[in-house]
Design a protein around this ligand. Sequence first.
Ligand SMILES: C[S@@+](CC[C@H](N)C(=O)[O-])C[C@H]1O[C@@H](n2cnc3c(N)ncnc32)[C@H](O)[C@@H]1O
Length: 219
Amino acid sequence: MSYKEPYTEELRVNFLKYMSKAFQLLPKMEKPRIFDLGCGSGLPTIELANLTNGDIIAIDIDQVLLDKLNEKIKIRNLSNRIKTKRMDFLKNDFPDNYFDLVWEAGVVQIIGFKESFNACRRILKARGYFVLGQAIKAMEKNHKLLAKCGFDLIKQFNWPEGCWWTDYYEPLERKIKDIREGKEDPNLLENIKAIEAEISWIKANPNEIDCAYYILQKK
Ligand SMILES: C[S@@+](CC[C@H](N)C(=O)[O-])C[C@H]1O[C@@H](n2cnc3c(N)ncnc32)[C@H](O)[C@@H]1O
């Protein structure tokens, strides 16, 4: 689990509006079978359930995060539409040509671009869709791989410039200040230095993590 997890869940909600915009770039799908790759605590998973009438399989390697998602599913009565599983994606045993849509945000750069692209291609149906939420710089370096791994880039939605600061790091900085001033749970002091270092780095490199959603289609 990321050291920032207890600090950022409420802030990452701010990014769901971009996810929703990216989703609208997909053609309408009736009851799609969706795979949420590396779902974490499941903010995007629940949003996918809101955006579609499809069924979702959400996997992650981290059971603590899956437990948080399972709680969200229970509260919202979504257990008939979302199934979760602890799994290393590269060891997945889903059938070939199984999903209509694979969704990922911030995961394939951890697992490996080439390995993830190939594994996603295998489990997607012909002409199925693969949406990635990724840093633009990272995707520029891996652009040629998309075609080599059998995908066409059909659309791209860039997150608004500066949104990482306004939606996430600025409120995070305020929260950290409150923690330092004793206005928040003192247990949160644990990772505070690492977060302050990250905020300083972002101030010095404001465009380094500009992101986009990439809508790919299996050739
Ligand atoms: C940056 S988080 C993104 C979480 C979620 N997609 C979101 O947007 O909120 C990356 C996630 O990938 C998961 N992960 C890392 N390696 C994985 C693997 N080999 N198989 C499945 N999940 C993995 C991590 O546990 C983590 O929850």
